[in-house]
Design a protein around this ligand. Structure first.
Ligand code: SF4
Length: 190
């Protein structure tokens, strides 16, 4: 079994989420789902692929489109893996959404996962990632990716394996507000 960014996002929301979904096999309610849906329309996809001007602005020297990457414990499909002038690389993720003045943590976590996958598959450093908001006229956002974020994702992956392999019932999130809208609130002893 390899983990997707969705597994990591769910675990970071609450470790018990991982337990209920993957140890007990209780599915999430669709409307509350953390699954990273792409929801792309064909005409939008065309517009999104026409972003050479953005790559120029970023200083891209090479690009690798639709890269399915894995490293043994994590997997993900990166819309674009970019090589930059300074010799580093960066993931670029197309968001078929409007930009609403803040970047969701889920989007950031996805980029952190991709950073790990790119570093391990391409052997180059990743210090930043990019989000393109297709429904806001391809609005481009740069996201810093620090080492501590990559370590957090790796640690989360280890803990997820432990929960699943040992049927381990983890501690609840310390953010009690998250329980209010949680899909598992009726089965959880929070
Ligand atoms: S109800 Fe609260 S503690 Fe339980 S799984 Fe949901 S977020 Fe976690």
């Amino acid at each position: 079994m390899t983990l997707t960014p969705s597994h990591i996002i769910e675990y970071l929301f609450c470790p018990r989420f991982t337990y209920f979904e993957y140890v007990l096999g209780i599915p999430q309610y669709e409307e509350k789902s953390f699954k990273v849906l792409k929801g792309r329309e064909t005409h939008e996809l065309k517009a999104a692929q026409n972003i050479e001007y953005l790559r120029k602005r970023i200083g891209v020297t090479a690009k690798y489109i639709n890269q399915y990457l894995t490293n043994g414990y994590l997997r993900g499909e990166v819309d674009e893996v970019l090589e930059l002038k300074d010799g580093t690389m960066a993931p670029l993720d197309l968001k078929f959404a409007e930009y609403k003045d803040r970047i969701f943590d889920t989007y950031k976590t996805q980029l952190y996962c991709y950073a790990i996958l790119i570093e391990e598959n391409f052997g180059k450093k990743v210090n930043k990632g990019y989000l393109v908001y297709v429904r806001s006229k391809n609005f481009l956002v740069e996201v810093d990716i620090e080492e501590k974020e990559k370590i957090k994702v790796k640690k989360a992956a280890e803990n997820i394996y432990e929960i699943i392999a040992k049927n381990f019932y983890p501690a609840a999130t310390k953010y009690k507000k998250r329980c209010i809208s949680c899909t598992y609130k009726n089965v959880c002893t929070h």
